[in-house]
Design a protein around this ligand. Structure first.
Ligand SMILES: [Zn+2]
Length: 167
């Protein structure tokens, strides 16, 4: 829940859009696997150039980390530290269900999470059918990603998602 709150902080950084949600996300990993999880990266909607999404941005930022930065995060990992290996031990916390369809033609976040072989996906709230019907959680499950619906912050996640809109 702590990480979902941090994801909500990310979502609040979004520049509101009338045609898109404001979503925040935090990527954590425990590596070696029995260690305490640390935050690898954070992301929010439209943070990186282009009509980008929170989850894809957090993944992109994780892949941009230097060896020095990774060594600080994962002091007992053997060098060189391979971010792709780290990601297979990662959890993603997102304020809203990762998208399964993108009307813009960009790659959906669910696909990016599956491709990175993220272990678990914690979700704050399901995507309402404001724009498209979202099947992200099902898509993740079908690909073997463990999906965990967190309860308690649904209202906040949805409110932030709809910032800058009427309802
Ligand atoms: Zn997305």
């Amino acid at each position: 829940m702590e990480f979902l709150r941090l994801a909500l902080d990310e979502a609040r950084k979004c520049i509101p859009s009338p045609t898109a949600f404001c979503v925040g996300c935090v990527l954590t990993a425990a590596y070696p696997p029995d260690s305490q999880p640390v935050i690898i990266s954070r992301g929010y909607s439209r943070e990186l150039p282009g009509n980008t999404h929170a989850e894809a941005n957090a993944l992109a930022k994780a892949r941009q980390l230097s060896q020095e930065e990774l060594a600080v995060l994962f002091p007992s990992a053997s060098r060189p530290i391979d971010i792709d290996t780290i990601l297979t031990h990662a959890d993603i916390y997102t304020t809203m269900e990762p998208c399964s369809v993108r009307t813009s033609g960009l790659s959906p976040c669910a696909d990016a999470i599956i491709a990175a072989r993220i272990k678990r996906c914690f979700i704050g709230v399901g995507e309402p059918d404001d724009f498209v019907k979202c099947e992200g959680a099902q898509k993740l499950k079908d690909a073997g990603v463990e999906v965990i619906w967190l309860s308690g912050l649904e209202k906040e996640c949805l409110e932030v998602a709809r910032m800058g809109r009427e309802h």
